[in-house]
Design a protein around this ligand. Structure first.
Ligand SMILES: NC(=O)c1ccc[n+]([C@@H]2O[C@H](COP(=O)([O-])OP(=O)(O)OC[C@H]3O[C@@H](n4cnc5c(N)ncnc54)[C@H](OP(=O)(O)O)[C@@H]3O)[C@@H](O)[C@H]2O)c1
Length: 339
């Protein structure tokens, strides 16, 4: 059995990770931690785990966690916190799958601009691998440090990758309109996400300034082999989980919808977690609820290609994708513990 460590176990993605790892036949959780003041049973924090995982969750005592024999550390920690801890594991030969944004952006000036602080361990950025298995499966196999993608970028990049990889030169305009459920903001207390603020309400935020925009630009540009810039407009909607992105693409010469759908199905023919819908059909968030799937529907309207992508932000957008990355790194079946 592979021993693994979960840091940030008391958060939303940490909890989802624990539940996925407990069901994984090749894995055993050896330590869990958070910012917790005194050790507490994880099953007292999440009673759903009573009798299933009664292990104590402690503060981040790195040496104690390493002594448990964990070979992979999942960091379900806030950005700027992950980069404080990742090097300690890596120096001891423990592989890291980081769910935060700390190792995603290769451009440190973009990191500083969008995350409000300079990067503290730039030396790891050259070798960190962007953990989107549908694009980087081979690199993930040999990685020591995985930068697990953001939730919005997962849906947006998967929705656009086939088109960008074949038609980047023809694209004239690229807009991504996106919606997220409230768990996307994490479990920490925040007035803006109180029930009374969120219920029966919706709002757009960080229009053109969201931290996931440079991540989407980085990955689409790498695919295109040229500079790509998207207009990214996120919204918060009153559901607990789920992300729906709608991409609007203005292109020089619009192919037929059937040709586009064939392009997408061919591109993802070896990807077990991407489902491309047939013509006239579009995904809803409930189709991917609690699953590691990204579902995609495509059409053409008013001269624009319109691509709808759906994921569960906590699974394909975070913890499920982290387990998918672990599977690839460890030579397990890619779908193990996820289907
Ligand atoms: N939520 C999503 O949909 C989603 C999707 C993709 C990626 N992500 C990313 O994944 C990471 C975790 O997100 P989340 O939604 O799970 O956040 P969260 O619910 O706020 O949980 C954060 C976890 O980190 C712990 N923590 C906070 N500061 C710490 C510190 N200084 N030292 C040690 N532990 C600390 C917290 O412990 P306490 O509870 O004890 O404070 C908690 O366990 C974030 O970087 C986020 O951007 C989230």
């Amino acid at each position: 059995m592979l021993k693994v460590i979960v840091c940030g176990a008391t958060g939303y993605t940490g909890f989802e990770l624990i539940k996925l790892l407990l069901k994984h036949p090749e894995v055993e959780i050896s330590a869990i931690s958070a910012k917790i003041e005194k050790p507490e049973r994880i099953s007292d924090i999440f009673p759903e785990l009573k009798g299933i995982l009664d292990m104590h969750c402690d503060e981040m005592k790195i040496q104690d966690m390493i002594k448990t024999g964990g070979r992979i550390a999942f960091l379900a920690l806030p950005h700027r916190v992950s980069m404080e801890f990742a090097p300690h594991f890596l120096e001891k030969g423990i592989k890291v799958i980081d769910l935060s944004a700390d190792f995603r952006l290769k451009d440190t000036s973009a990191y500083e601009k969008y995350y409000g602080q300079g990067h503290k361990c730039k030396e790891y950025l050259a070798t960190s691998v962007y953990g989107l298995p549908e694009l980087y499966n081979d690199k993930i196999k040999g990685a020591k440090l995985i930068a697990n993608p953001g939730c919005y970028p997962t849906a947006a990049i998967l929705s656009l990758a086939p088109l960008i990889s074949k038609k980047a030169g023809d694209i004239k305009e690229l807009i991504i309109d996106a919606k997220t459920g409230v768990t996307g903001a994490g479990r920490k207390a925040n007035l803006a996400f109180n029930f009374a603020e969120v219920a029966e309400n919706m709002w757009a935020y960080k229009i053109g300034t969201h931290q996931h925009a440079p991540e989407i630009d980085q990955e689409l540009s790498a695919l295109a082999g040229q500079n790509i810039k998207v207009l990214f407009v996120p919204h918060l909607v009153p559901v607990k989980r789920g992300i729906l992105t709608t991409a609007y693409v203005k292109i020089k010469k619009c192919p037929a919808v059937s040709e586009l759908i064939k392009l997408y199905k061919d591109f993802y023919k070896s990807a077990p977690f991407v489902r491309v819908y047939d013509e006239g059909k579009f995904p809803q968030t409930k189709d991917v609820y609690y699953s590691n799937f990204c579902d995609i529907g495509i059409t053409i309207a008013e001269g624009r290609i319109v691509i709808v992508g759906c994921i569960d932000n906590l699974i394909k957008g975070a913890s499920g994708q982290a387990v998918q990355n672990m599977n690839i790194m460890c030579g397990f079946k890619e779908t193990q513990g996820l289907l």
